[in-house]
Structure formats: structure tokens, C-alpha cells
Design a protein around this ligand. Structure first.
Ligand SMILES: NC(=O)c1ccc[n+]([C@@H]2O[C@H](COP(=O)([O-])OP(=O)(O)OC[C@H]3O[C@@H](n4cnc5c(N)ncnc54)[C@H](O)[C@@H]3O)[C@@H](O)[C@H]2O)c1
Length: 364
């Protein structure tokens, strides 16, 4: 009997989930839910193209849940729907993969994390960047001692502007949580993962300087940041910096993650989605290990299966995360990224938004 998935929200990311689930062994997608007729049809078509023609499509996710068609749920609806969708899902016994950010604000995210403690089935917050092969390798190298004692983390993301979404939900901080929550929760999560410590203090500077300035959505102008620097102190003495620029899609690499310690530096460099690069060419990512002692950096290309790369925009992260989520669904256990992790990432993002807005250092 295949493991049966249902997808709530079949926009861009929901369709990426469908393509990645299709690469897993012995699975089926049995149901989707999306209130938007066009996206419901697109989700049905993509599922059909990947061997799941026999599914039911609902406009209301509550009807999907009542139909009892699934063994696991993937939530890929807009950020401001996550709380209400999770509110309903909490009452079920189904494992859930919930797209980040778990909620648009820290109090909603914390409420969900507390409620999950008494729930029987696991909720895994989708943090695809942890599972990109070059980033996963960087974490392994740091754990294996390549940096010595790690002290500094730097994450640079220089990428394309926010894409157009159904209802323009990602153009407004009230609906997305703001850029620091919506996009950067990934990087705050990675910092916590690498540091193995909790953030204590944060300062950020940022603005909306270039993107979406001439857009008008029903009389409202987008209010989301398109560039920022964020500096974070961790309880164990480590420090981290994020450099985000969303008008830099000409850069060869989209993410550059580095960790430096008393014995060396490890860096992962990751290209952006091939579909936005001339010719649609896939580019390899790299890991660079630079010990202080021998001053001879080792560069290694990280090759990711082409089928996996083609299934999404996240350099394979979505697939490798799904492999592990499926193991959790079949064998039980604890999610690798909990609602508690999700809440900490939202809290850091909300603190960065506040630091930028008020020009203050925020204690966490
Ligand atoms: N982890 C990542 O790297 C990553 C990347 C992109 C998006 N995301 C996340 O995935 C989610 C969806 O983003 P997207 O880019 O696919 O947006 P999108 O607008 O392309 O798709 C969202 C879909 O959800 C539907 N929807 C709205 N309300 C709904 C509801 N109540 N029930 C079911 N469906 C509903 C919309 O009609 C739309 O089709 C967001 O939370 C976003 O932050 C994560």
C-alpha cells in the first residue's frame, strides 16, 4: 500500500512538492486543496503528469481533511493561512510537513509549537536549505572539526526579487510576516543549526530600495524589504551575519554560507534556480575547505542528481527533505525541524523586522 499524500495549496511550492514526492518510492498523491481554480487545475495537471491522475481536488482544505484520503499532509498555502490550517490539522493524527514560516508572527508560531507538544503525530517545518547537499556537507565538515572551534557564520543571499504570487500575498508584510520572516527564517534556522546555540541579541539595517516600488495592488503599494544586513550574537559566544540582496540575480552564486573557526574556514556556494539562468543551464555547487595551517583551500564540486535539481528551485533540498519526512511518516520518530525550531526562526525574523523599523538592538 503506497503512502498517500495530500497537498494543501498547489501554487508554486505545492507543485514543487508534487514533483519531488513523485521521485519517492511507493507513494501516491491522493488529494489536493486550493481555493484558486487556476492553481487547483495546475496542481491537478502536474500531479497527473507525474502519475497521480487519480486524485480528488477540493476548494476547501477542511473538506479534504474530512475525506480521509491521506496518510500525510503537506501545507504549502500562503504564510497568513498557516495558523488556521494548522489549527484544524492539530485535531487530526496525520503527520504534517508545514512550509516555513510556521506563522507570520512569533506569538502565532509559539502557540503552534506549544500545541504540538500534546499532539500524537509529528509536525515537521519545511526548511529546505538545511537539505541542500552543499549546505548539508558544510554542516558535516564543521561537525567533523574542519573549522576547529567555530566562531563566525556568514550567510550571503544575493538573488532575484520576490516572484508574483496568487493574491500578491508576498508583497505585504502583514500577510507574509515581512521579508525577514518570510525569506530569512531559512537563514536564521541554519544559523541555529550550525551554532547549536540560541540567539541572544540582534541588530539589523535594511530597506525597500529597488523592488516593487511602482506596483499597485488595489491601491496599496508593497511594503517589503529588498535588502538588509543582520548581525546576531549567540549564547555560546558565536556570531552570525546575514547579507540579503534581492536585486542581485546577475550573481553566479545565489547563496554563500561560510563558517570560520580557530583552525579554518568552510564555505558552501550554491547557484540559484536553473530556470532563471540563461539557457536554463544547471550549475554545480561547491564546498571549499580552507585550513589556516596549509593555506591550500580544497574546492570540491557537489554534483546533485539532475532529476532532483529539475524537480524544484532549491538545489535538491526539497527532495532530500522529503526522503527524511517519508521515513518519519513510515517509521515514526521525531521531526528533524520541529515547530519549536520554526518558532525560533520566526522570532528572529520578527526581531530583525523590528530592529530595522525602530533602529534598535533587540534582545531575544
Ligand atoms: N521552503 C522554501 O524554500 C519555500 C519556497 C517558496 C515558498 N515557500 C512557502 O510555501 C508557501 C506557498 O508559497 P508559494 O510560493 O507556493 O505561493 P503561491 O501563491 O504560489 O501558492 C500558494 C497557493 O495556496 C493557495 N491557498 C490560499 N489560501 C489557501 C487555503 N486556505 N487553503 C489551501 N490553499 C490556499 C493559493 O490559492 C495558491 O495557489 C508559503 O508559505 C511560502 O513561504 C517555501
Amino acid at each position: 500500500m503506497p503512502t498517500r499524500y495530500a497537498i494543501i495549496g498547489t501554487g508554486m511550492m505545492g507543485q514543487e512538492h508534487i514533483r519531488n514526492i513523485a521521485l519517492l518510492p511507493d507513494v501516491a498523491i491522493t488529494a489536493i486543496a486550493d481555493p484558486d481554480e487556476g492553481m487547483r487545475a495546475a496542481g491537478t495537471t502536474v500531479a497527473g503528469q507525474h502519475g497521480f491522475a487519480d486524485l480528488r481536488a477540493f476548494s476547501d482544505f477542511r473538506e479534504l481533511l474530512s475525506a480521509g484520503l491521506a496518510d500525510a499532509i503537506v501545507v504549502a498555502s500562503p504564510n497568513d493561512t498557516h495558523f488556521a490550517v494548522m489549527d484544524a490539522l492539530m485535531a487530526t493524527r496525520l503527520p504534517v510537513l508545514l512550509e516555513k514560516p510556521s506563522a507570520t508572527d512569533a506569538s502565532g508560531a509559539t502557540t503552534l509549537a506549544l500545541r504540538a507538544e500534546s499532539r500524537d503525530a509529528p509536525v515537521w517545518v519545511a526548511m529546505e536549505y538545511r537539505y541542500m547537499p552543499p549546505v548539508a556537507r558544510l554542516v558535516e565538515e564543521v561537525r567533523a572539526g574542519a573549522t576547529g572551534r567555530p566562531k563566525m557564520i556568514s550567510i550571503v543571499e544575493h538573488r532575484f526579487p520576490f516572484l508574483t504570487k496568487v493574491g500578491h500575498w508576498n508583497r505585504f508584510s502583514a500577510r507574509s510576516g515581512g521579508t525577514m520572516v518570510e525569506k530569512c527564517c531559512h537563514f536564521f534556522d541554519l544559523m541555529r543549526l550550525i551554532a547549536q546555540s540560541e540567539p541572544v541579541r540582534l541588530y539589523a539595517s535594511g530597506a525597500q530600495d529597488v523592488n516593487h516600488l511602482d506596483e499597485d495592488h488595489g491601491g496599496q503599494r508593497p511594503d517589503i524589504l529588498d535588502n538588509a544586513f543582520v548581525i546576531i550574537d549567540f549564547a555560546n559566544g558565536m556570531r552570525a551575519a546575514l547579507d540579503l540582496c534581492m536585486f542581485a540575480e546577475g550573481a553566479y552564486f545565489q547563496e554563500q554560507v561560510s563558517v570560520t573557526g580557530d583552525a579554518g574556514k568552510v564555505e558552501a556556494v550554491v547557484p540559484g534556480p536553473a530556470r532563471f539562468w540563461p539557457g536554463g543551464a544547471e550549475r554545480v555547487s561547491e564546498i571549499i575547505v580552507s585550513p589556516r595551517a596549509d593555506k591550500a583551500p580544497r574546492r570540491e564540486a557537489i554534483h546533485v542528481d539532475e532529476r532532483v535539481l529539475r524537480a524544484g528551485d532549491h538545489h535538491g533540498g526539497t527532495f532530500y527533505q522529503h526522503e527524511r519526512f517519508l521515513r518519519l511518516v513510515r517509521e515514526g520518530g521525531t521531526p528533524e525541524v520541529t515547530l519549536h525550531d520554526g518558532a525560533r526562526a520566526v522570532e528572529m525574523g520578527a526581531a530583525a523586522e523590528r530592529s530595522i523599523r525602530d533602529g534598535v538592538i533587540v534582545s531575544l
